[in-house]
Design a protein around this ligand. Structure first.
Ligand code: ATP
Ligand code: MG
Length: 384
């Protein structure tokens, strides 16, 4: 009898010929997340077994697996030979001492002498016989004993199905560049896109010395949290201090945010191309703040030459985003009170519906290419 963790994958089973590739990436990601912990991953049709791990590390391993995209559910159980006695002994192990239970058998190996119903009855009857404090309740049992008879002569016995992170393995859907601020929204946006299998690299803009070093530390911390879901990442850091100073000095103050956003998008597209990312990802949500109107988004999109901009939070309310950020563990960091560069030089009344002709008039006052090049030349690349 061996303690194992059973891992079942999600949408991958819908894939055709390339299914093997998705499975390989999933295994690589599980290996990365379990690095440093003794274990072996074995494939069994439609699922993986994690074996040979130290029992005292079970919870640590489960917490790591919980963050691996592509996993539908997982269970801690016992692996035995497909032999009635061995199966029964495993059932005894996972069965509580008193209360209600039911046995639920899944029989992949149709050659096993008893069918599912017969095995349920056989094991249930023996358990009742051996322990008078137990009672069967097929509708609302205190615990379920799942018996999974596999094709390869082994059986798995376990109680619970834990919900996995779902989605697709990171690394199977290209690579995107997440514009990450210190706020609540952008880490959630990155998490959502990573869940669909995209590798994520991050880009943060700061306005040091107008913003302090703690603001940057905060973004590093946020990126670390996010990185635990995406098997590591890179944080690109670019200063927009000079750009903001130039806008402040030369342009109509109402356009500060609009102009700055356009600079961010230009720089982001260039960083994405250099780093091999195929799209930009932002934490914008329609109508959330003055700059996130459809006109604001049109204005920032129009400086981008080739890449799509993914805005996964567009249809979310703020409280829905907060709920997600709590779940993924970024909320507590995001609410630390350090200023983002967008709040420096912030106008009292930013334009909410910027017109392209007005924006272009303001941009004529600036040497855009030189400012973009200068910002890019000071890029800092941090491995997380
Ligand atoms: P967040 O909570 O993600 O900061 P927000 O509600 O504060 O979002 P904005 O400040 O308008 O909204 O920013 C919208 C999006 O622009 C952010 O979600 C992020 O993707 C990007 N962004 C804003 N500031 C920065 C920054 N300093 N560095 C990188 N990206 C940024
Ligand atoms: Mg922000």
């Amino acid at each position: 009898m061996e303690k194992v963790i059973i891992v079942r994958y999600s949408e991958i089973h819908l894939k055709g010929n390339n299914r093997g590739w998705f499975e390989k990436v999933l295994v690589v990601n599980m290996e990365k997340s379990l690095k440093g912990l003794r274990h072996e991953i074995r494939r069994q049709s439609g699922r993986y077994l994690i074996e040979n791990f130290d029992s005292e590390n079970t919870d640590i391993i489960l917490n790591k697996l919980k963050k691996v995209f592509g996993i539908h559910s997982y269970s801690v159980g016992l692996k035995v030979n497909s032999d009635l006695n061995e199966i029964y002994n495993a059932c005894l192990e996972v069965c509580g001492d008193e209360g209600t239970f039911k046995v639920d058998t899944h029989r992949a190996d149709k050659k096993f002498p008893l069918n599912s119903m017969q095995l349920n009855a056989e094991i249930g009857g023996k358990l009742l016989n051996d322990n008078p404090k137990l009672k069967v309740d097929v509708h609302n049992p205190l615990f379920i004993i799942n018996v999974d008879i596999r094709e390869n002569g082994t059986a798995l016995v376990f109680n619970e199905f834990f919900k996995g992170a779902g989605g697709m393995p990171v690394g199977t859907a290209g690579k995107g560049l997440l514009l990450i601020s210190g706020g609540i929204d952008s880490p959630v946006a990155g998490h959502m896109i990573a869940k669909r299998g995209m590798s994520i690299e991050c880009l943060h803009f700061h306005s040091y010395p107008y913003t302090n070093m703690q603001a940057k530390e905060k973004v590093i911390e946020l990126t670390k949290r996010l990185s635990s879901y995406i098997c590591g990442t890179i944080l690109n850091v670019v200063s927009v201090t000079h750009i903001q100073e130039e806008i402040h000095k030369k342009c109509d103050g109402e356009y500060m945010v609009t102009l700055l956003r356009r600079f961010m998008m230009r720089i982001a597209e260039e960083v994405a191309k250099r780093r091999g990312a195929q799209c930009l990802i932002t934490g914008e949500s329609l109508a959330q703040v003055a700059s996130q109107t459809i006109e604001g988004m049109t204005s920032s999109n129009s400086v981008i030459k080739d890449l799509p901009v993914l805005r996964p939070l567009c249809g979310f309310d703020k409280n829905e985003i907060i709920e997600r950020s709590r779940l993924i563990g970024t909320y507590e960091i995001s609410i630390e009170p350090y200023e983002d560069c967008c709040t420096v030089f912030l106008p009292k009344h930013p334009v909410t519906r910027p017109k392209l002709c007005d924006i272009e008039r303001e941009e004529k006052k600036l040497d855009i290419d030189a400012l973009v090049d200068e910002a890019l030349s000071g890029i800092e690349i941090i491995k997380i």
